[in-house]
Design a binder for this molecule. Structure first.
Ligand code: AMP
Length: 275
């Protein structure tokens, strides 16, 4: 497995792969089984997998956890090597952002400034900036994203459609811990008591899922159920919408989403259901 730290090294490596199929898995590191499932999908379907590990400063807001975000590079590299990754691209900030006044792109107005984008108005511009650079550099045939960050993957997919980028976005299922909590690099911030409180999140997801399976499609009833289950945490949003993030009154199967963001202690946690 190659470890690439510069743009030049990544370019040269990519050229050496020629026409062989390439999968890209963009991450911020502190890899867990959710990331590993994306990597497994990529190695299964592509001749080569490139994993990027970069804690992207432009997607963090002013008062967010950029400086404390977990960084476990040595361990991440060992995990990638075990999974048959061809190269890890782990650049520093100066490599990715050599200029502090560069061309930027903005997310769509309808999808980029609601929900996560409402509370974090610069977040998706930062995500798109780094993801577009990674796509241009790695030139993957496929890029793998988790359903866990639903709004992110929908906006990235829209960028690929709108800008006619020549790659496929593959959306992978949410991986959960044994207690049901969706895996996240930020779960390490939770104290044991906070983790206990956070378990109302998967309980809510399962309650919504089983209500829908029983034929409850009315959003007002499902919202009520969500609020009943979400106790002891601060709710940023618990929102039912379609795949363009427009609000809905009834679930339409395989076209709807339930998006949830809560704060437990000082940690913002996301979860969702593609329903
Ligand atoms: P991050 O390192 O948090 O930026 O995440 C990198 C990629 O892993 C994103 O596409 C996430 O959606 C995905 N991801 C994070 N957590 C999970 C999870 N629990 N299950 C599946 N994918 C995940």
């Amino acid at each position: 497995m190659r470890v690439l730290e510069t743009i030049e090294e990544l370019r040269t490596f990519r050229e050496s792969l020629g026409a062989q199929s390439v999968g890209l898995v963009p991450t911020m590191g502190a890899l867990h089984k959710g990331h590993l499932s994306l990597i497994g999908e990529s190695t299964h379907h592509n001749a080569h997998t490139i994993v990027s590990i970069f804690v992207n400063p432009t997607q963090f807001g002013q008062n967010e956890d950029l400086s404390t975000y977990p960084r476990t590079l040595e361990q991440d590299l060992a995990l990638c090597e075990n999974l048959g990754v061809s190269a890890v691209f782990a650049p520093n900030v100066a490599q990715m952002y050599p200029s502090d006044d560069e061309i930027t792109i903005l997310p769509p107005k309808m999808m980029g400034y609601v929900l996560e984008g409402f509370d974090r108005p610069t977040h998706f511009a930062g995500v798109l900036q780094v993801v577009l650079k990674l796509f241009m550099l790695a030139q993957p045939h496929r890029a793998y994203f988790g359903k866990k960050d639903a709004q992110q993957v929908l906006i990235v997919r829209k960028m690929v459609e709108d800008l006619h980028l020549p790659l496929e976005i593959v959306v992978c299922p949410i991986v959960r811990d044994d207690d049901g909590l969706a895996l996240s690099s930020r779960n390490v911030y939770l104290s044991p008591q906070e983790r206990e409180s956070a378990l109302c999140i998967p309980r809510t997801i399962y309650a919504i899922e089983s209500a829908i399976a029983k034929g409850v499609y009315e959003v007002s009833a499902l919202e009520h159920l969500a609020r009943e289950n979400l106790t002891g945490v601060h709710i940023f949003y618990a929102y039912f919408c379609d795949r363009a993030l427009a609000p809905i009154t009834h679930i339409r199967q395989n076209e709807s989403l339930f998006l949830l963001a809560v704060r437990v202690g000082r940690t913002r946690l996301l979860d969702n259901l593609w329903c």
